[in-house]
Design a protein around this ligand. Structure first.
Ligand SMILES: *Cc1c(COP(=O)(O)O)cnc(C)c1O
Length: 357
């Protein structure tokens, strides 16, 4: 045993790190495996401030998030991606025997962040139609301090109904934070629960610039919650979490009002993504080897095929990377495709249509 192994905390020694799309698959020309935007945009940088530490929470960025999400500035915390927000919630609110509750199949980082903090994970699987199993959640509530619900959910693309979210907030009233992960909310913006913040003091909403805004490369996300939750998380987040270049880029991406503003561009690119998504949905419907696809409220599509392994490998040979979820709970034979550009969709569909299995 190496010294490092001997000294490593037990919960870390046993930990299998998150197999991100970028970590587990390299190569390929066409990346349809991480739900990124296919569009890279240009930004202006002001380097005259780079000799100074950034603001703890850059004021222009917080204002831009507050305006965009229609909440108060005091209800916003900027972090390095939504992933940091997930970990901050656990580190701020969970200790000793406290647990988090998740509803798989869902985003993998909730459980991994909990494990790195040595916090237990209660799993209440979704129903077979990917709705929440509310009686099972209620029955599992003992010791739970943070509940993570993802809507639209990754990797299924399904939405959680507002009545179900309200039921979960009520179940955990006075006991636990209910963190609603809205990483894909731009694709279903009318379903956001950000407007519920004043009604539920145990609600936190996680958002990111990594998906619809096309900024996965700058690591920028934010949490919306009441000021008390934001204050508590602010004690735990490092002193300079957001670098100046990141803040400048995110502010430009969130700019409104001009015809060429960041928000207008995001909307245009989102519309293009929806057009390509529809092409993929229709193609999958016609393929005999695909026996189910989940209606998606997002920029990715999950579907089932008995030929998953051969199809996945055929796509890899064509330089196209998608994601295999077939080993996960309730996701037998499931593959997930992120929607790319028109040219990427052309390439994808030609392989899908040719494939015989
Ligand atoms: C991509 C993703 C995140 C991570 O967002 P970052 O801001 O890039 O850290 C969080 N939650 C879900 C559900 C995601 O799919």
């Amino acid at each position: 045993m190496s010294l490092a192994e001997k000294l490593t905390r037990n919960n870390i020694r046993d930990l299998v790190p998150y197999a991100s799309a970028r970590r587990s698959m390299s190569g390929g020309r066409i990346w349809l495996n991480a739900n990124e935007s296919p569009y890279a945009n240009e930004y202006q940088l002001d380097c005259s401030v780079l000799n100074r530490y950034p603001d703890f929470q850059p004021a222009s960025l917080i204002q831009a998030y507050a305006d965009y999400a229609q909440v108060e500035k005091e209800q916003v915390l900027a972090s390095r991606g939504a992933d940091e927000a997930i970990e901050l919630l656990i580190r701020t609110f969970c200790e000793d025997d406290d647990q988090i509750l998740i509803c798989p199949p869902t985003y993998g980082m909730y459980a991994i962040s909990a494990q790195t903090c040595n916090i237990g994970v209660k799993k209440v699987p979704l129903n077979s139609d990917f709705t929440l199993d509310l009686p099972a959640i209620e029955a599992a509530k003992d010791k739970v301090k943070v509940v993570f619900i993802c809507s639209p959910n990754n990797p299924t693309g399904s939405l959680v109904a507002p009545q179900q979210l309200k039921a979960v907030l009520d179940i955990f009233k006075g006991q636990a934070i209910v963190a609603v992960d809205e990483a894909y909310i731009e694709y279903a913006i009318e379903t956001s629960v950000a407007s519920w913040l004043n009604e539920y003091d145990n609600l936190a909403v996680m958002r990111t610039m990594s998906k619809a805004f096309g900024l996965a490369g700058i690591r920028c996300g934010y949490t919306l919650a009441n000021a008390d939750i934001i204050q508590a998380m602010s004690k735990v987040i490092p002193p300079y979490p957001i670098s100046w270049p990141v803040a400048q880029i995110a502010v430009q991406a969130l700019s409104a009002n001009e015809p060429d503003s960041g928000l207008v561009r995001m909307q245009q690119q989102l519309q293009q993504t929806m057009v390509q998504k529809q092409r993929i949905v229709e193609a999958l419907e016609k393929l005999e080897y695909v026996y189910e696809q989940v209606p998606s409220a997002s920029n990715f599509i999950m579907f089932r095929t008995e030929k998953k392994k051969a199809l996945f490998e055929t796509l890899v040979e064509a330089g196209i990377l998608i994601r295999d979820y077939s080993s996960q709970i309730m996701l037998d034979n499931s593959l997930r495709i992120s929607v790319g550009s028109e040219a990427e969709t052309d390439a994808l569909l030609s392989v899908l249509n040719e494939f015989k299995g």
